[in-house]
Structure formats: C-alpha cells, structure tokens
Design a protein around this ligand. Structure first.
Ligand SMILES: [Zn+2]
Ligand SMILES: [Zn+2]
Length: 387
C-alpha cells in the first residue's frame, strides 16, 4: 500500500472522525478505491487502529446497518431454500436518509469517486450469499432476483421464467385447444384461480398448463400456439409446435421425457430454450377436411378443385388487411352424393371453415363448386415450421 496515500487517508479520517462516528464498512468504502483495496471492512478497521481508537458508537452514515447484514442474509437464505437456481442478483432499497448522510460526508470532506453505500450493501451480501449457496452473481440474466427493502423490512424474490418449446398431439375429439381465463381476474391470477390465471384444466391448454405448473412449481403457464384448431379436431403426426413461459418457477432443472401422455393429449420433445421467438412463425399444415354440400356434387365437378393447387388463397380481414396463403397440394375424394373429403397441404393460418364456406376467403370451395359447402370436421396430420 502506498505510504504517502495512506498517510493522507489517515489525516482525512481523523478530520471525519472528529465530527462523526463512522463504522469500519463505511470508512473503508470511502478510501478503498484510492488505496486499491478490496475489503472495505478490513481497510476501515486498519485505518481505525492506526488512529487513536474511539469508543465504538453507532455509525453516523448507516446506523450500523452494514454490521448487521447477516440478519438480512439469513432471511434471504431462508427464502431461497424453496428455489432451484445457480445465478442471482441482489437489489437493495435503502432509507433515503442514509443516502443523504453519505452525500453529506462526501461533499463536506471532498471525497470523490466512491462507490455508493447501496452498491456496497449488494456487493457484501452477494459475496456472502454466493459463498453460502454455491451460486454466482449474474448481472445480465440471473435465475433469481432478490430485492431487499431496508426501509420497509420487506424481501422479494423473483425467479426468472422457464421457457419451453414442445409439440402436442391430440387424439380425442371434443377437447378445446384454449382454456378460458379465470372470470375473476381475466387471466392475471387471483385467489380464486390460485394465481394460475385459469380456473379449470379441461382443454389442451389446461392439461399442458396443469402438468407443467405442477412439475416446475410454477405460478402460471403462458402458452404461445403455432396455429389453432377446433374442439372437434384431432392433431396427429408430429403434432403442433408451441412455446410455454412458466412464470415464477420454483424448479428449473427438470428432465422431461421425450413423450408425455396427459389423457388425450401428449407432449413431445419438450425442451428448455433461452428465448421465445417474438415474431409470428411461418408454418405449413397438412389437413384432412370432411365436407358436406347443399347440392349433389359429381366427380367431374369435384375435379374443379384441382385448380387450387399451387394457387394463393386471399384472406380478407375486417381491418381491411389481406393475407395470401399458398395451397401446395390438394386431393379430394367423393364420399357420397353430397359429401367429400379434402386432403390439403398449405401455408398455415387459413381459416378452414371460412375457406370452405367462402366467407371473406377467395377463392373458396363453395365458390368453385358453385354450391354451399360446410366443413364439418378437420384434422391436422402434419404441422411444420418453415421459418
Ligand atoms: Zn456505517
Ligand atoms: Zn383468477
């Protein structure tokens, strides 16, 4: 340590301590940067010992908070016990009066470039917490964020969401894809829905959410779907891709099997990912539609549908916007005088019932066949993400 600098520090300190009682932590913090020392407490203690020791009183700046951080640490460790994590970050909210007194000492004794008392609190606590839990501080993307409010003696723990990507197949009819949000809170989470945002678990969404909420000890499961289906539709083949954001998970290191059966719905290939794509993904689907016609359809007339192949279908939205979707492949089979089946591969997102009926979709099945047609059932046989 530079002797000249230290001598100057001692001199400075004498001036400060003549007027104020300052604890080792706060004292060390004032000069650690200048002397290139890492441990604030040890430095403060050293400087104090080189002066004529004064009876220890309450620190003017922190009111001895810095010496009592262990109490807060204990509470944090207690709260953290319920969670799985390997990285963390600590935030602190201090009484404004502490900052005021800290500022006063700095300006009065012209001390510059000193870390704030807040950063010292979080640094000290971070070091101890890291040592006790074997986890690491991460400023960018921590598994857990603790906020300690010293003003209100209040602690908050916020685990980072777990993000998953998976596919599901549905092999029973009569199951809705999406779950109705809780009536009370409209999905935000309340006491009525046990903070899940949904009150029941009788849909594809409900079954998936129920399973994952339980597995990860999460509060909510927010699902992003790649396309949608009817209550009566089956989802076969490789299944429909989807993303899940698990809010407030207690666990994050869960090994999920390749295939999970949830009574009519199966989850395939679930894996943890680092980010859910923010833009809508493009995808293609292969669907089988069962269609009824108002009038008899002859095989010759049905052949007309062949001209849809390779053609775009235009969707007209209420907002005035238009979307183009391409049909890549179309096959049809007459089943009776007034019913037939279509197997079609196309861009995802075509509203199939409207496409058959000819409602704000051009061209349409009804339009080409020149009779009113109705899609009574459609099943997905393949869904592939193309972008
Ligand atoms: Zn202090
Ligand atoms: Zn609710």
């Amino acid at each position: 340590m530079d002797k000249k600098k230290l001598a100057a520090v001692i001199d400075n300190t004498r001036g400060i301590l003549r007027e104020y009682t300052i604890c080792d932590h706060c004292l060390g913090r004032m000069f650690a940067g200048k002397l290139g020392v890492v441990s604030h407490k040890r430095l403060g203690n050293k400087i104090r010992n080189m002066l004529k020791p004064r009876p220890t009183k309450i620190c003017y700046i922190c009111k001895n908070m810095m010496s009592n951080l262990d109490l807060y640490l204990k509470k944090m460790l207690d709260m953290a016990k319920e969670y799985q994590f390997s990285t963390f970050l600590i935030g602190a909210i201090l009484q404004p009066s502490i900052h005021d007194r800290d500022d006063l000492i700095r300006s009065k004794f012209k001390l510059r470039g000193i870390p704030s008392i807040k950063s010292d609190v979080t640094r000290e606590m971070g070091k101890s917490f890291s040592r006790k839990t074997g986890s690491k501080v991460d400023y960018q993307n921590p598994d857990m964020v603790f906020t300690i409010n010293f003003k209100k003696e209040h602690y908050e723990i916020k685990p980072k969401a777990v993000l998953l990507q998976a596919r599901y197949t549905k092999n029973i009819r009569g199951l809705q894809q999406k779950q109705k949000p809780c009536d009370q809170c409209e999905g935000k989470g309340c006491f009525v829905c046990d903070f899940h945002g949904i009150g029941e678990f009788n849909s594809v969404e409900g079954k998936i959410a129920e399973f994952l909420i339980d597995k990860f000890g999460a509060q909510q499961a927010k699902i992003t779907w790649i396309g949608s289906e009817d209550e009566s539709s089956l989802v076969l083949g490789n299944g429909r891709p989807f993303f899940v954001k698990l809010i407030n998970p207690h666990k994050r290191y869960i090994c999920l099997p390749k295939k999970l059966d949830l009574d009519g719905v199966s989850i395939h290939g679930a894996r943890v990912i680092s980010k859910i794509p923010s833009d809508p993904l493009r995808f293609r689907t292969k669907v089988v539609m069962e269609i009824d016609a108002e009038n008899e359809i002859t095989s010759n007339v049905l052949e007309e549908l062949g001209r849809l192949e390779g053609q775009p279908v235009v969707l007209y939205e209420n907002s005035g916007r238009r979307h183009k979707k391409i049909i890549y492949d179309i096959n049809f089979k007459r089943k009776s005088e007034k019913s037939f089946r279509i197997t079609m591969e196309s861009d995802g997102g075509i509203p199939l019932k409207r496409f058959v009926a000819g409602q704000e979709v051009e061209p349409s099945i009804s339009g080409i066949l020149e009779t009113n047609c109705r899609c009574k059932l459609f099943d997905f046989h393949k869904i592939i993400i193309t972008k």
